[in-house]
Write a protein that binds this ligand. Structure first.
Ligand SMILES: Cc1ncc(COP(=O)(O)O)c(C=O)c1O
Length: 372
């Protein structure tokens, strides 16, 4: 028997979540964000579930290549743009659109134009540029003061230039810069300039869709059925469905007497007799080592996972195993199915217990975990 630790991917959930984006943003084109191997879901499966998108946004040329090899012929956006001068030519060959957020990228594009136009092999209008404005997040992007000048430089060499920014606080109500403040900076800076716009991430789509209108939205986490705020209730309210379920089985049972402890460091001690399930998943599979006692795990009931129940982690997560208190599940035995997160147990709940966010847990799934 092979190790039972598996990620199940529900491509129908991806399709459903994309429909929810379309419902919230009618008439707006969608860049489905699939960076980090589709937030840990696997690019190829994600392509299957999200093929109804208008384009895919991802990190670099290596990811773009995977999509092209899988037969995707539509738009691809490189979210951090070019990393070297040579990238310009590869981006052109792969037919990628590029974010431009730094002046060195502008230089590379201009140099490439000079080199290739003289050889008559480059047509700048075939490479669309999404010029990124720093409207207050202070991560990537040009400050408004230099934005228009750079726009005109790129326009002058013939590029099709679109405008883009990224919101810092679309999932907060009490932090600045607010979505309104960033939007105001963005709109006043591009006033009178031609070109499409791209603004909203998942949080802005979910909570600011009446306010923020643009040509392209860029949803990531909501496509996978996970909350940008970290609160599961938000996902329920938005009618999104979890695409990834991380599952395994019980591989051992221990009966502890009062006063005994479990695992490394004897972190969990019991003062009553308990039953412990040892399950085949650990931090080498991507489960967070820092998950404290009490972190929820879904243990299948007598009829399977659908009538299962939450049981608490008891003891330090180790490399390949987790120990769970199953005293309340007398039917549970070696071979009983377990869900670490997914369809029955939202990843947001596990992330909350472990002091992190769903994004991090999804992206951390290790390559040794099988996928179905
Ligand atoms: C520029 C940009 N747009 C969109 C997204 C998608 O964000 P989310 O997954 O929160 O929807 C990201 C993700 O980090 C991003 O960096």
């Amino acid at each position: 028997m092979s190790r039972p630790t598996v990620v199940h991917l529900d491509t129908n959930a991806l399709r459903h979540n994309l429909e929810r984006v379309r419902h919230l943003m009618p008439g707006t084109k969608v860049w489905a964000v699939v960076k980090a191997n589709s937030y840990g879901h696997g690019m190829i499966k994600a392509l299957e579930g999200l093929s109804g998108t208008d384009g895919f946004a991802l990190l670099d040329l290596a990811e773009a290549k995977v999509l092209r090899e899988q037969g995707w012929q539509g738009p691809i956006l490189l979210l951090e743009g070019l990393f070297t001068q040579e990238d310009v030519f590869e981006a052109l060959e792969l037919g990628c659109d590029c974010v431009v957020h730094e002046l060195n990228q502008v230089d590379w594009l201009e140099n490439a134009m000079e080199a290739r136009q003289s050889a008559q092999t480059l047509h700048p209008e075939t490479l669309r540029v999404f010029l990124k404005m720093n409207t207050g997040m202070n991560r990537l992007g040009l400050k408004p003061a230099s934005y228009r000048e750079v726009f005109h430089r790129l326009h002058a060499v013939g590029f099709n230039v679109a405008h883009m920014t990224h919101f810092a606080n679309a999932d907060y109500v009490d932090r600045t810069p607010t979505v309104d403040q960033q939007l105001e900076v963005f709109q006043s800076t591009i006033a009178g300039l031609s070109g499409e716009t791209s603004l909203s991430n998942s949080a802005a789509i979910l909570w600011h869709h009446h306010l923020v209108q643009c040509d392209w939205v860029r949803p990531g986490i909501m496509l996978y059925g996970v909350s940008p705020s970290g609160k599961y209730e938000d996902i329920e309210h938005a009618q999104l469905q979890a695409a990834m379920s991380l599952r395994t089985k019980i591989i051992g049972i221990q009966h502890l007497e009062a006063g005994e402890s479990v695992g490394y460091g004897s972190r969990y001690r019991t003062d009553v007799p308990i039953r412990i399930a040892v399950i085949a998943c650990g931090y080498a599979d991507g489960y967070p080592r820092h998950a404290p006692d009490g972190t929820p795990v879904w243990i299948a009931g007598p009829g399977g996972l659908s009538n299962g129940k939450i049981c608490p982690i008891a003891g330090q997560v180790s490399m390949d195993m987790i120990t769970v208190d199953i005293t309340d599940m007398p039917h549970a035995e070696v071979g009983t199915e377990v869900e670490l997160w997914g369809h029955y147990l939202p990843v947001d709940r596990v992330a909350q217990a472990a002091g992190t966010i769903g994004y991090e847990l999804l992206c951390a799934i290790a390559s040794r975990v099988k996928r179905s």
